[in-house]
Design a protein around this ligand. Structure first.
Ligand code: FAD
Length: 448
């Protein structure tokens, strides 16, 4: 059936992917002399600030492979500039990440991973980025983009007779559209309803994280003043730290576990006793692994911002293009935060799908929705598969012990050297391979 009509679009989920999608319609379509459709966004949360306590910061990357910087610039340069000005205040913009190894690794970074020249990566608190995107929507009249809070979508399906997608909400409301964009995150209700066979995989790691605000006269941990730090203790505990602003920083401790943890996952819904149990657990797990300085920051963390994460992920499924439904972001390919990539992928998904829609629109393709979704699946989803595989490796090395820990240390040093000195590394590699080939030739000639 034809899929050229695009008058009303529903987006499930007003997170990073959903909001980037809505803005893409209203910024990118007019640039190509196309009229943007009417958009309804259904968001389960009651207000825009309901997740303000989730203080974690995210790396918005500037590289071409997995970076949302270019995607945000494509949506709107002024919006991007504004978001950029809210970035965490890290000092050395050339250092993307620092790594350290062994006991008390939070104190002394051993390796610095430089960014490529001209790359404009930055870190930003999730709630700041999300709230700025919500703010941007307010520039548009409600008749064009309507963001409906407190709207929990539970079902969606395609009605062949009407050539429409029907959506049902928990409170009994229903609606229909020409295209449904599902961006309701890792635990997507629509995915559970439509693709019940698609399950999340538990990757046997758990992260305990929180935010600590320093007192007046106190200083942020010195290693993270320049850039975020990943520490691998070699004792089955990994640590991540990054500044949020001049007075606070995010930290997360990761450990291996065969069992998933039951709720509660957020400090804001824990009892006082549960919050104190969390702090004591972090102190016990990091005893003998991480410095007393770090442990003193743990003691005074902001209990409301506690976040416990079971490491879940899922490789992307095929989108139901013939039903005019596309899943994007974590709803399509949830990944563990150790890949530092979920938000980048969600924003890139939005913009890249739009570029395909515009391409097929301009060709006056009668099957523009179906073709755009199929092409998206074919050409763009691969990068999320790669990111998920990288996150598996990152998790395994974060909690490595014994021989694996020592091996990872060597590999990390080689990788850091290769990234920081690409030309020298290439020359050394070519020299090494040439010597091996010469030895082989001499060896073979000895026998013939
Ligand atoms: C601690 C931590 C650190 C991270 N660090 C990074 C990083 O450095 N870099 C990076 O790129 N990514 C990072 N991520 C991952 C990133 O936050 C997610 O991948 C990203 O937010 C996914 O965007 P999304 O739009 O797909 O989903 P989300 O941002 O999760 O948005 C989904 C939205 O849908 C709403 N919703 C859910 N169900 C329904 C429903 N049934 N009906 C209506 N609305 C619904 C939710 O309330 C939510 O607002 C991190 C995540 C965590 C937890």
């Amino acid at each position: 059936m034809s899929s050229a009509k695009l008058e009303h679009v529903i987006i499930v989920g007003g997170g990073l992917g959903g909001l980037a999608t809505a803005l893409s319609f209203h910024y990118l379509f007019p640039r190509h002399n196309l009229t943007a459709p009417r958009i309804t966004i259904y968001e389960r949360e009651p207000t825009e600030s309901s997740r303000i306590n989730e203080g974690y910061t995210m790396a918005i990357r500037g590289d071409r492979v997995g970076g949302a910087v270019q995607a945000l610039k494509t949506i709107n340069q002024d919006l991007y500039n504004d978001i950029r000005s809210m970035a965490a205040p890290e000092g050395d913009k050339n250092v993307a990440m620092q790594f350290s190894f062994g006991v008390n690794c939070d104190l002394n970074p051993a390796l610095k991973l430089n960014t490529s020249a001209g790359e404009d990566s930055f870190r930003i608190a999730r709630f700041k980025l999300r709230n700025r995107l919500v703010e941007e929507l307010k520039h548009f009249d409600e008749s064009k983009i309507k963001l409906e809070w407190d709207s929990h979508v539970i079902k969606a399906d395609y009605n062949k007779e009407k050539n429409k997608v029907n959506v049902e909400l928990k409170d009994g409301r229903t609606n229909e559209c020409d295209l449904l964009i599902v961006a309701d995150g890792a635990h997507s209700s629509v995915r559970r309803y439509m693709c019940s066979e698609e399950k999340l995989n538990f990757q046997k790691c758990i992260s305990l994280s929180c935010v600590t605000t320093i007192d007046d006269g106190e200083s942020l941990p010195s290693p993270i003043k320049t850039s975020p730090l990943v520490g691998i203790t070699g004792k089955g505990i990994g640590i991540f730290m990054a500044t949020i602003d001049e007075k606070s920083f995010f930290w997360g401790v990761i450990y291996p576990s065969n069992e998933e943890r039951p709720p509660p996952y957020k400090g804001s819904v824990m009892t006082k006793d549960e919050q104190e149990e969390f702090v004591n657990e972090v102190l016990t797990r990091t005893n003998g692994c991480l410095s007393n300085e770090f442990r003193s920051f743990v003691r005074k963390c902001d209990r409301e911002r506690i976040l416990i994460l079971n490491s879940h992920d899922k490789f992307p499924h095929k989108n139901p293009s013939k039903k005019h439904i596309i899943f994007i972001g974590d709803a399509l390919h949830p990944m563990n935060p150790t890949s530092g990539n979920g938000a980048n992928m969600a924003i890139m998904d939005a913009v890249e799908f739009f570029q395909l829609l515009i391409k097929h629109h301009e060709k006056q393709d009668n099957y523009l929705i179906t073709r755009s979704i199929d092409e998206f699946d074919r050409d763009h989803v691969q990068r999320s598969t790669v990111a998920i595989k990288i996150s598996h490796r990152n998790m395994a090395s974060a909690v490595a012990t014994g021989f694996k820990f020592q091996l990872n240390k060597i590999i990390m040093r080689i990788v850091a050297f290769a990234i920081n000195n690409p030309l020298l590394f290439k020359s050394l590699l070519i020299g090494f391979v040439s010597v091996i080939i010469m030895i082989l030739i001499l060896y073979v000639r000895k026998f013939f």
